[in-house]
Design a protein around this ligand. Structure first.
Ligand SMILES: Cc1cc2nc3c(=O)[nH]c(=O)nc-3n(C[C@H](O)[C@H](O)[C@H](O)COP(=O)(O)OP(=O)(O)OC[C@H]3O[C@@H](n4cnc5c(N)ncnc54)[C@H](O)[C@@H]3O)c2cc1C
Length: 367
């Protein structure tokens, strides 16, 4: 955690150096201040961080002559006398043996493998996932097969705001910017910016174990992300609060009272109902019609457990020794985020530890 924190600022500088500018800083759940760096377009509209970063990483890797094997699955880490010396991989028509002086695992977590999720945390049976089906836990299994120690495997995060029909994530930064959650009666029921586990539990305790997230026209105008949700049909729209209540099928008077009360509390800078402590500085006050609402409930989102590493990103075995030649970074690793990964910290994790892994593996190969 110390490494993550101390190197996060230079990670932002590194991103700037390859043309990835995370110039806006928003708030995520559980954070005491604004810490989530995110990209904006030329008009200042907020963009989704993942789809912004990945093409820039891909280009930076290509500029450095990295060879890509697309649609090719790594299946095994090759070992020689306890040292990692390459991988086996297969595509639809070719099997590869790739000999290497070092191996870096960056295969992500296992949030898209619901069988594996359930095997480590049975109470998550039946949950949807925000992860792509390619987030399989393969790297964790390959590392375990060569003696890597696994830590915190049952620490699996559910994210509070997920569209249940397809697992689409409604980003936490909307709540950080001022969106509210209401229940099926049209009432607020929680401080929206508590940690993900607490907000999820508060939603599950409501009738139907679901809730609505509400934004206004001003938030919509400033966010490509929200416009994307509307275009994909996730959000209902009402020209007035009463119209929105009708399409949500919640009590009109209750929703109107909730919004009126919220706008007044933001103006006064104090959340008298649920003690949300950022009302004096929150970016939007939800005072501008029309309004938009999306029905959400919790879904599997992040797997905090994985391969044990040290601060040099070297993979450790069960006896606490380094497995020579084997490095890991990102969601494939465990232990960095404890039991509750904070919003934005996964991007910090992959940049900080990805760079350390690259630098150390490069040094190792020249020894
Ligand atoms: C919808 C969504 C939104 C998110 N938003 C944020 C956010 O705003 N901020 C934040 O900090 N975090 C966010 N996260 C979390 C963050 O995206 C992940 O933690 C992060 O992408 C993990 O990066 P990674 O490089 O470790 O692995 P990944 O990005 O998961 O990449 C791993 C890659 O390895 C591939 N792979 C797996 N197995 C194999 C194999 N056997 N052979 C070859 N390839 C393999 C996978 O297909 C994948 O392409 C979000 C997650 C989701 C699902």
């Amino acid at each position: 955690v110390q490494t993550l924190a101390e190197q996060s600022a230079s990670a932002i500088d590194f991103l700037d150096s390859i043309g990835a500018h995370l110039s806006d800083v928003g708030k995520a759940g559980g954070a005491s201040t604004n810490r989530s760096h995110r990209p904006v377009d030329e008009a200042g509209k907020i963009l989704s961080v993942g789809s912004y970063l990945v093409p820039i990483f891909e280009q930076a890797a290509k500029d450095n002559n990295v060879t890509f094997y697309m649609e090719t699955e790594a299946t095994e880490i090759l070992m020689n006398e306890g040292t990692a010396v390459g991988v086996k991989a297969s595509s639809a028509d070719t099997d590869y043996t790739i000999n290497a002086k070092a191996v870096i695992l960056a295969t992500g977590g296992f949030g898209g493998n619901l069988e594996m999720v359930e095997s480590y945390k049975p109470e998550l049976k039946g949950y949807v996932t925000t992860n792509a089906s390619t987030i399989t836990g393969d790297g964790i299994k390959m590392a375990e097969a060569v003696g890597a120690n696994l830590v915190d495997m049952a620490e699996i995060q559910i994210h509070p705001t997920v569209v249940q029909s397809n697992g689409a994530l409604i980003t936490e930064s909307l709540r950080g910017d001022g969106a509210i959650l209401v229940n099926n009666e049209g009432n607020r029921f929680t401080n929206e910016v508590l940690t993900r586990d607490v907000v999820s539990a508060n939603i599950i305790a409501e009738e139907g174990s679901a809730a609505w997230l509400i934004v206004d026209q001003k938030m919509f105008d400033d966010s490509n992300v929200i416009q994307g949700y509307v275009n994909k049909g996730y959000m209902l729209k009402g020209d007035t609060v009463a119209d929105l209540a009708k399409v949500m099928e919640v009590d009109e008077a209750a929703l109107q009272a909730t919004l009126d009360n919220w706008v007044a509390m933001v103006k006064a800078g104090e959340d008298k109902d649920f003690g949300r402590d950022d009302l004096a500085t929150v970016k939007y006050d939800l005072s501008t019609a029309p309004y938009y609402a999306v029905k959400i409930a919790p879904g599997v989102h992040h797997t905090m457990g994985g391969v044990e590493i040290n601060t040099n990103t070297e993979v450790m075995n069960a006896s606490g020794e380094v497995i020579p030649g084997l490095y890991a970074a990102g969601e494939v690793t465990g232990g960095v985020h404890g039991g509750n990964r904070l919003g934005g910290n996964a991007v910090a994790d992959i940049i900080v530890f990805g760079r350390i892994a690259g630098q150390n593996a490069a040094t190792y190969t020249t020894k």
